[in-house]
Design a protein around this ligand. Structure first.
Ligand SMILES: [Zn+2]
Length: 183
């Protein structure tokens, strides 16, 4: 994927040029006025697999109120913010999108989405209660028995892959850590 078209310096506002900075191996947006180099690196998307029930037999999904993939179902997730750990970010996104309070569990999936310049990370989590209040990015929350997961109406491939691993691990009786690349 080509780098994004960064036309103005974020430090001084001058027009940037695309060139290879000294000592580097790829083109970047460089400011000829103040020499600022605008590095573009992948962002982290953090979320949870929030479950209910002693045997994690029910999973919470959120129906998206915003683009992209408006109207489709997702696990609560969003961009990691500066100043928080990945677990803190995942818990915050779960609170913001689903209005759900969770007890955080272990990291469950780490998925490279190279074409989107993202890394997606999902934690297992247990709902503390089912008093749920969807946030502005969510049309509705719903608790799904695993047999009723709407596989054809999931918003993102990382969500699908994470849920597939979750169902498979639960059937096997042990949860692992899953890595992969989504093309
Ligand atoms: Zn500049």
């Amino acid at each position: 994927m080509p780098p994004p078209d960064i036309r103005f310096c974020r430090r001084c506002g001058a027009g940037t040029v695309q060139r290879v900075p000294a000592g580097e191996d790829r083109e970047r947006a460089v400011c000829p006025a103040c020499d600022y180099v605008d590095y573009v690196n992948p962002t982290n998307v953090v979320g949870t697999v929030p479950t209910w029930g002693q045997d994690r037999e029910i999973v919470l999904l959120c129906r998206r109120a915003i683009e992209p993939r408006k109207g489709l179902w997702t696990l609560p997730a969003g961009f990691l913010e500066v100043g928080e750990t990945i677990a803190e970010g995942a818990e915050r996104e779960t609170r913001e999108e689903a209005g759900a309070r969770v007890e955080m569990g272990p990291l469950f999936s780490i998925l490279d989405v190279v074409t989107a310049r993202q890394v997606h990370l999902f934690f297992l989590a247990r709902l503390r209660d089912v008093d749920l209040h969807p946030g502005p990015e969510t049309i509705e929350n719903r608790l799904f028995a695993l047999d009723d997961i709407p596989w054809d109406e999931l918003a993102f491939r990382t969500v699908r892959h994470t849920l597939e691993c979750f169902v498979s691990d639960r059937d096997a009786g042990a949860f692992g850590l899953h890595t992969g690349t989504i093309h």
